[in-house]
Write a protein that binds this ligand. Structure first.
Ligand SMILES: [Zn+2]
Length: 617
């Protein structure tokens, strides 16, 4: 098989530090770390012998919970993960089938669950080295292959549109069983019977008020990695088709926070449409694979933009509640009376809660931060590369020499980076550091250095080598569709926070209890939001790093000061809690005032895209 540019480390080699460690601890203390205690579809799932959902929810949850447990080295969480894995493995049938389809005949069970659980078992193996996994996966995927050939399962709906998700496991198997021809045959069969996204691309150019699989935001976010995970096994040339797909999606449906709209299907470029949390974490995972496969820096920059903006924006500070969809300009998160603004989602899809609209994101959102942590550093042929500059450490070996590399930084809130390389003996290992395209005036150990896409360090002697890197970023107004603008500085997007009042809602629906801290919150905007930028002049202010919540909605670690003025901007027709897509008039109503913008990820209610008007001064 053709090697990709970089390969992933496992949680046995990478550990979080600094703010990233705190973020993962919040996730462990919040909903993801407790879902098996509070949510019936995971607690009492058919996957472990219960009577609740026996399809995607347990595997979705484990996909985040397992790496979270191992990155934090949390024994209690590890034991709870093992309990689930042991139950799943012990339920494998004689012929290899592993899914709890219960009364549903196999031919009617959507085989998306096979893809998903196969991916989770690879994650479990990466974290634990569990020696049962290769054989379990072998039997399970071979049985899947035989069932497809014999019409014992059908490929339809999610299984058809997510055909590439099983390739994580197929690549894993091919490495361990290189002579087994059926693995490649199954790969070819999945591609052949799966959806060809190139054939439906025209449908992404005009939003439909209709739910379809081929415009579904989560399918499309997952799909971007399809070539990266499959081309080596299929023996196909890599064409970077993901770039064409991504550009089309962004041109017609792009959002300022780096993702595309989908509520829950593609919804155009308006800042008041939503995008689903599952789409956010799946897009991150696709970008991680695309960067590893190609080594192309554009994918890592796109990953940062989603991870540092869209992800924290849509989950509460304490990580107990989340939205189903986030909006770029979001002045209320209150249930909409009557017809939703969203194309096919319900009226509560943007409320923060346990399972607003639908429970997929409740199970799936946990993979976002742990998988980002696991992508901070990647293995290169000549050493390692720092793909995303978040505080982490790697303990590995290079040509038999134990090596530890640490990175301490408050990036993306600061642009200073301290790398320490500890080698037991002199080593030929290289350390590659990706420098983002927006970095200016790069210095290494205090000395200015020519800007390159990657800085390469080597010649490490025994003992510790310290490398200090810094660069500058400048805040800029960036043009968006509809003659609106956003403020960006480095990877961070900034937004005007709207002050709010929050109403807690505890209730029981369909036997699922919402109870503090996993209750719902209706968040009502109470301050003015009808503003425009009055100047391109922007100032960044670095504030103290909060020790409690890295993306604190109360005390953000960095802000931008901007001059704004009121304009005539009303509500969208038919709504009194949703701002109009665009203002009524683009004329300043008063003199500019200095207001403070927060990182988008910190501002739960916000105005992000605003026009630029002539100042009345
Ligand atoms: Zn979802």
């Amino acid at each position: 098989m053709k090697a990709s540019a970089y390969r992933f480390f496992t949680s046995q080699e990478i550990s979080p530090r600094g703010w990233l460690k705190r973020q993962l601890e919040l996730e462990a203390e919040g909903l993801c770390g407790n879902l098996d205690k509070v949510w019936p579809d995971v607690r009492d799932s058919k996957w472990i012998g219960g009577d609740r959902e026996g399809w995607e929810r347990v595997p979705y949850w484990l996909d985040g919970f397992i790496p979270l447990a191992y990155l934090l080295d949390n024994d209690d969480m590890k034991a709870r993960a093992k309990h689930y894995i042991d139950r799943i493995l012990s339920s494998q049938c004689e012929d290899g089938w592993i899914c709890p389809n219960g009364e549903t005949p196999r031919e009617e069970y959507d085989i998306w669950a096979i893809h998903l659980i196969s991916k989770v078992l690879v994650v479990w193996h990466d974290c634990t080295g569990d020696q049962r996994i290769p054989e379990v996966l072998y039997r399970m995927m071979k049985n899947f292959y035989e069932l497809i050939l014999a019409d014992g399962v059908k490929i339809f709906n999610w299984g058809q549109y997510r055909w590439f998700e099983g390739f994580i496991a197929l690549n894993f198997l091919k490495e361990r069983y290189p002579d087994e021809a059926w693995i490649t045959e199954l790969a070819k069969l999945l591609k052949k019977t799966g959806t060809d996204y190139g054939a439906v691309l025209e449908t992404w150019k005009r939003p439909l008020n209709k739910w379809t699989y081929y415009t579904h935001v989560v399918n499309l976010a997952m799909m971007l990695k399809s070539e990266a995970v499959s081309n080596a096994l299929l023996g196909e040339e890599y064409t970077d088709i993901a770039e064409h797909f991504y550009r089309t999606l962004m041109e017609y449906n792009g959002m300022a926070a780096g993702t595309f709209t989908g509520d829950e299907c593609l919804a155009g470029v308006s800042p008041i449409q939503g995008t689903e949390l599952c789409g956010v974490v799946e897009l991150m995972y696709s970008f991680e694979w695309l960067y590893a496969c190609t080594g192309d820096a554009k994918w890592a920059e796109r990953l940062e933009r989603v991870a540092f903006n869209a992800l924290p924006a849509t989950i509460s500070d304490d990580m107990w509640t989340h939205q189903y969809v986030q909006m770029t300009n979001q002045i209320n998160c209150t249930t909409i009376p009557g017809k939703p603004i969203f194309r096919t989602n319900g009226s509560d899809a943007h409320v923060f809660g346990l399972e607003p609209n639908y429970g997929c994101c409740t199970a799936n959102f946990g993979q976002g931060w742990p998988k980002l942590a696991l992508s901070a550093f990647m293995k290169a042929d000549d050493g390692l590369v720092n793909a995303v500059a978040i505080p982490t450490e790697v303990n590995t070996a290079w040509n038999g020499v134990p090596v530890k590399v640490t990175l301490d930084t408050s990036y993306p809130f600061r642009n200073c980076f301290t790398y320490k390389v500890y080698a037991e003996k002199k080593t030929s290992m290289k350390l590659r550091v990706r420098v983002p395209s927006f970095a200016k005036n790069v210095t290494v150990n205090g000395k200015p250095t020519a800007k390159r896409a990657q800085l390469v360090f080597g010649g490490f002697e025994a003992g510790e080598t310290v490398i200090e890197i810094s660069y500058e970023t400048a805040p800029v107004l960036t043009a968006r569709p509809n003659r609106l603008y956003t403020v960006n500085c480095g990877s961070l997007l900034f937004a005007l926070p709207v002050e709010s009042e929050c109403e807690m809602r505890e209730y029981i629906k369909q036997n699922v209890e919402r109870k503090f801290p996993y209750c719902d919150y209706e968040i009502c905007g109470i301050s003015d939001w009808n503003f425009a930028f009055a100047s391109r002049d922007l100032q960044v202010e670095e504030r103290e790093m909060p020790s409690d919540y890295p993306f604190s909605s109360q005390n953000p670690p960095v802000v931008v000061h901007a001059a704004l003025c009121h304009i005539d901007w009303g509500f969208e027709d038919g709504y009194d809690t949703v701002c109009a897509k665009v203002p009524n008039r683009r004329k300043a109503l008063d003199a500019p005032q200095k207001l403070t913008l927060y990182p988008y990820g910190c501002a739960k209610l916000r105005m992000t895209e605003m026009p630029l008007v002539k100042s009345r001064e």
